[in-house]
Design a protein. Structure first.
Length: 426
C-alpha cells in the first residue's frame, strides 16, 4: 500500500501547540519519575519485598522486577500504538496516563513482604507490568503528537519529551536525596521510600485531565488513515523497525546506566547513599535544560550528523571515564561522569532519537512503528541495563565493565544510524 503525500497548509495557534506540548510531556514526567524512583530505591525495595540473607540477592531481585516491566512493554507498544494510529493520538495518551497512575498508586500503598508475605512481591510485579504496558504505548503516541506539530521543527518539538524526562529524573533524584538525607535508614526502609511515590500520584490526574482536552495534530488529521496499522507495519516496516531499535539502543542504555549509578556507587564503590544521588541530580538538571537545543540543532543541520558526532564522542570517552571512577571513587568524580553521560548520551544523542524515529515511518502507521522500535530497544538495552550491569560487575568483579558494555551498544547504534540515513532520516 502506498504512502500518501502529506501537504500541511494549516498553521496551528501557538497557544494550541503549547497546550499540546504540556499535555504530551506531563505524561513523560510521570512515566520517567516512577521508573527512576524505582531504580533509585532498588536496594530498599529489595529488602522490603525480596528479603534474603544475601543483600546482593535482594538487590538483584529488585532490579529484576525493575526489568520485568520491559517484558510487557512490547504488548503496550503494539496495542496502544495501533490504537493511536486508528483513533487518534489523544485517546492513546489518555489511556496510558490512567494506567500509569493506577500502577503508581498500587506501589505507593503496597504492604511489604513482612506484612502480607509472598503477595507483596507478586503485587509489586503486577504494578510494574502495568507501568510497563502503559509506558510501551506512551512514547510512541507522545512522539507522534509532538513530531506532527510542525514538520519543519520536528526535532525541536519531539525533543521536548526528553527535557520532560530529564525533569522527571531531577524530581525523582531530589526527592530520593531528601528522603535519604532527612530520615534515618530505618525510617526510609519502613515508610520513607513511599513519600516520593505518593507525590507522583499528583502528576497522574493532572496528565489525564489535560490530555482529555487535546487537539489532534494537522498532519494526522490530513493523512490517510488505516484500520490495520499493525498489519501494515509488519508487511512494510520490518527493516525500519529493526534499524529504529538499533538507533535507540545506545541512548536507552546510557540513560538507564545513569539511573543505576547511585546503586553502583553505593554497593560497589562504598559511597554514602545520599551523596551518591548528587550525580543523578546533576545529570537530571543537564537533561532538563539541553535536549531542546540539540533537537533544534538537528532541524538545522540534520539528525544523523548531530547523533553521529555525539555517538563517536561517547564511544571514545565512556570506558576511560569508568576507569577514572574505579581509580578515584569520590562524589566529585561520580557527579562529573554522570553529567558527561547526560550531556553526550542523553542530550547530544538521545534527544534527537524521537524525531529520527518519526522520520522513519509514514503518518498512517507512525505511532505503531515508533512504539515498536522504541520498546524493542528498551526491552533489550533499557530497563534490563541495571540488571545486566549489576550481574556483569558481580560476576567479573570489574567496576569498569559498565563502560565496556555501553561501548559495545554504541557501536551497534552507530551502524544502525548509517542504515537509518539510507532509509530517509535526514
Amino acid at each position: 500500500m502506498g504512502t500518501p503525500v502529506i501537504v500541511v497548509t494549516a498553521t496551528r495557534p501557538k497557544a494550541s501547540r503549547l497546550h499540546t506540548a504540556i499535555a504530551a510531556n506531563i505524561g513523560a514526567v510521570l512515566e520517567w519519575y516512577d521508573l527512576v524512583l524505582y531504580a533509585l530505591f532498588a536496594v530498599v525495595l529489595g529488602r522490603q519485598f525480596f528479603p534474603s540473607n544475601d543483600p546482593s540477592v535482594s538487590t538483584l531481585l529488585s532490579l529484576g522486577t525493575f526489568a520485568i516491566a520491559w517484558l510487557v512493554r512490547p504488548l503496550g507498544a503494539v496495542l496502544i500504538g495501533a490504537y493511536s494510529d486508528r483513533v487518534g493520538r489523544k485517546p492513546g495518551l489518555t489511556l496510558s496516563a490512567a494506567l500509569m497512575t493506577f500502577a503508581t498508586l498500587l506501589i505507593a500503598i503496597l504492604p511489604p513482604y513482612a506484612v502480607i508475605g509472598v503477595a507483596a512481591p507478586v503485587l509489586l510485579i503486577v504494578a510494574r507490568m502495568i507501568q510497563g504496558f502503559s509506558a510501551g504505548g506512551e512514547f510512541g503516541s507522545a512522539t507522534a503528537l509532538l513530531a506532527e506539530q510542525d514538520p519543519n521543527r520536528r526535532g525541536f518539538y519531539a525533543s521536548l519529551q526528553w527535557a520532560a524526562s530529564g525533569l522527571a529524573v531531577l524530581l525523582a533524584s531530589v526527592f530520593a536525596y531528601a528522603v535519604n538525607a532527612v530520615l534515618t535508614a530505618d525510617q526510609v526502609a519502613s515508610w520513607g521510600w513511599r513519600v516520593p511515590f505518593v507525590f507522583g500520584l499528583l502528576i497522574g490526574p493532572a496528565a489525564f485531565y489535560i490530555r482529555t482536552r487535546l487537539d489532534e495534530p494537522d498532519e494526522f488529521l490530513q493523512a490517510e488513515h488505516t484500520d490495520t496499522p499493525l498489519q501494515e507495519a509488519a508487511a512494510y516496516d520490518k527493516a525500519r523497525i529493526l534499524v529504529g531499535a538499533g538507533i535507540v539502543a545506545a541512548g536507552a542504555c546510557g540513560s538507564y546506566l545513569n539511573t543505576y549509578m547511585p546503586t553502583f556507587a553505593f554497593t560497589r564503590l562504598g559511597l554514602p547513599a545520599s551523596s551518591a544521588l548528587l550525580g543523578t541530580i546533576a545529570a537530571g538538571l543537564v537533561n532538563t535544560v539541553l535536549p531542546p537545543a540539540f533537537g533544534h540543532l538537528s532541524d538545522r543541520v540534520g539528525r544523523t550528523k548531530v547523533m553521529a558526532i555525539a555517538g563517536v564522542i561517547g564511544l571514545v570517552m565512556i570506558y576511560p571515564l569508568f576507569r577514572w571512577l574505579a581509580a578515584a571513587p569520590s562524589i566529585t568524580t561520580l557527579v562529573t561522569i554522570q553529567m558527561l553521560i547526560a550531556l553526550v548520551f542523553y542530550c547530544g544523542y538521545y534527544a534527537t532519537v524521537p524525531a529520527a524515529l518519526a522520520d522513519l515511518f509514514p503518518t498512517r502507521r507512525r505511532t505503531t512503528g515508533v512504539s515498536i522500535s522504541y520498546v524493542l530497544a528498551q526491552t533489550l538495552f533499557g530497563g534490563v541495563t541495571p540488571l545486566v550491569v549489576a550481574w556483569i560487575v558481580a560476576t567479573t568483579g570489574d567496576p569498569t565493565s559498565p563502560g565496556m558494555y555501553l561501548t559495545a551498544v554504541m557501536v551497534l547504534s552507530l551502524v544502525c544510524l548509517v542504515l537509518g540515513r539510507r532509509l530517509g532520516v535526514p
